[in-house]
Design a protein. Structure first.
Length: 374
C-alpha cells in the first residue's frame, strides 16, 4: 500500500487509489486566518505551550455542539481530542484489546483498522455484509460463536464499499451489542459528505453506553491538520485519557487552538455544502463512466455519499495483476483483496472519485478501460 501511494504521487498518474479530499477545495484563506489569530497575543504563548491531554476545552465544546446538531447528543466531557481519528482507533485498541481478544468486523472493511487490531494481538473475525451493510443474523452468529469484545463498523459510506447501514439494521446491531455487552466502534469520517437521501442516526444515539464514536476534520477540512476526536462512555474515558497521555501527551496545541477559532468563526456548514456539491458531480462522473469502462457482468456500488465506489469484475480476475498493467497506463486504484479478513476476493477493487476533476475522471476511466479484461 505504501509503495502504491508513493507511485500515485507522481503527477502523470491519475490516481483513484487514495481516499484523499480534493486539495483545491481546502479553505486555505480560512485556516490561514485561524492560525494567525491563534498566534496573536495574549494567547499566542499559551497556544505554543504544553496542554491538557483531553484537548482544548473550546474545541471540545464546539465539536460536541456540532455532533449534537447532527443528532448525537454530546457534552464536552464526552470527547477526547486525538491526532486524527486513526489515533483514536489505536487508543481504543490499546484500551479494550490484548493478545487473544476477538474483534468482529464487517467484511470487507477499512484496511488500517485491520492492521491496528492485528498489531494489538487481537484475532479479527469477519461478519457477512451485503448492499445494506453488515448482516445482523451473521453478527448474531459471530457473537454466539466467538464472543467478541468489540465490533468495528464504518456504517455510513463505508470504506471500501461506499455502502450505508440501513436504519433497521442500525437498530438491530445496537440491540445485539447491548444484549451481549459488546463494545461498538463507530468510525464516521465520511458522514457529513452526503450527496443523496436523508441522514441516518448515529449508532451512538441508540446505545451511548456501548458505542465509541470516532470523527475527524480530515475529510471536511484538511487531513494535514491531523485533528480527530473520540466520543466515549464515561466508564472508559479515564483509561483512554491515560492511553493518550502515554502515546503523545496531547495533540498539537496550536493546531487545536486554530481549529477552535476556525469552528467558531468560519462558515464550516457552507464549506461542507460546497464539498457535497462538487463531490456529487465527481461521483456522478465516475458512475456514468463505469458502463463504458468495465466488461459485461461487472458490478459496482452507487454510494449515497463518501469517497468510494466498490467494483467487482466478472469471472476469475486478479485486480492486483490488473493494477500492474494500469500503472503502465498511468492510472491507479486499490486492489480489493487486502480489505478482507477471511477469504479475499481478488476480483474486487476500490475506486476513489473525490480527488480528481470530472475531466480527469473521464481520462482515467478511459485508461482503465484499456487494461480491464474484455
Amino acid at each position: 500500500m505504501r509503495d502504491l501511494l508513493a507511485l500515485t504521487a507522481q503527477p502523470e498518474i491519475i490516481s483513484f487509489a487514495g481516499g484523499l479530499p480534493a486539495p483545491e477545495l481546502f479553505d486555505v484563506d480560512g485556516w490561514r486566518a485561524a492560525f494567525a489569530k491563534a498566534l496573536e497575543e495574549p494567547g499566542a504563548r499559551r497556544n505554543l505551550q504544553y496542554a491538557p491531554t483531553e484537548g482544548n476545552a473550546t474545541l471540545r465544546a464546539l465539536v460536541a455542539e456540532r455532533l449534537t446538531g447532527r443528532g448525537l447528543a454530546t457534552r464536552e466531557d464526552d470527547l477526547l481530542i486525538t491526532t486524527g481519528s486513526q489515533q483514536a482507533l489505536t487508543l481504543v485498541a490499546s484500551t479494550l484489546l490484548g493478545p487473544g481478544s476477538v474483534v468482529a468486523v464487517e467484511e470487507p472493511t477499512y484496511l488500517a483498522a485491520l492492521q491496528c487490531f492485528q498489531l494489538a494481538g487481537a484475532r479479527v473475525v469477519p461478519v457477512a455484509s451485503d448492499e445494506d451493510g453488515i448482516v445482523p443474523s451473521s453478527l448474531a452468529e459471530v457473537i454466539e460463536r466467538e464472543k467478541p469484545t468489540l465490533l468495528y463498523l464504518v456504517p455510513t459510506f463505508a470504506n471500501p464499499t461506499g455502502r450505508t447501514l440501513t436504519l433497521a439494521r442500525r437498530l438491530e446491531v445496537t440491540a445485539l451489542a447491548a444484549a451481549s455487552d459488546l463494545w461498538v466502534v463507530e468510525d464516521d469520517p465520511y458522514g457529513e459528505l452526503r450527496y443523496r437521501g436523508e441522514s441516518l442516526p448515529a449508532l451512538g444515539a441508540a446505545q451511548p453506553d456501548r458505542v465509541l464514536s470516532l470523527g475527524s476534520l480530515s475529510k471536511i477540512c484538511a487531513p494535514g491538520l491531523r485533528l480527530g476526536w473520540l466520543r466515549a462512555p464515561a466508564l472508559l474515558m479515564p483509561t483512554l485519557v491515560v492511553a493518550k497521555q502515554v502515546a503523545d501527551l496531547h495533540t498539537s496545541t496550536i493546531d487545536q487552538a486554530a481549529a477552535a477559532i476556525y469552528l467558531a468563526t468560519a462558515d464550516l456548514d457552507g464549506h461542507v455544502v460546497r464539498l457535497r456539491a462538487e463531490y456529487r458531480i465527481r461521483r456522478d462522473a465516475m458512475i456514468a463512466a463505469l458502463p463504458g469502462t468495465t466488461p459485461d457482468g461487472a458490478k459496482w456500488t452507487d454510494p449515497d455519499g463518501g469517497m468510494f465506489i466498490w467494483l467487482r469484475l466478472p469471472g476469475e480476475v486478479d485486480s492486483a495483476a490488473v493494477l500492474r498493467r494500469a500503472l503502465r497506463k498511468q492510472v491507479a486504484f486499490v486492489p480489493g483483496a487486502p480489505f478482507f479478513v477471511a477469504t479475499p476476493d481478488p476480483g474486487t477493487l476500490r475506486l476513489s472519485f473525490t480527488t480528481n476533476t470530472p475531466d480527469e475522471i473521464a481520462e482515467g476511466m478511459r485508461r482503465l478501460a484499456t487494461v480491464l479484461p474484455a
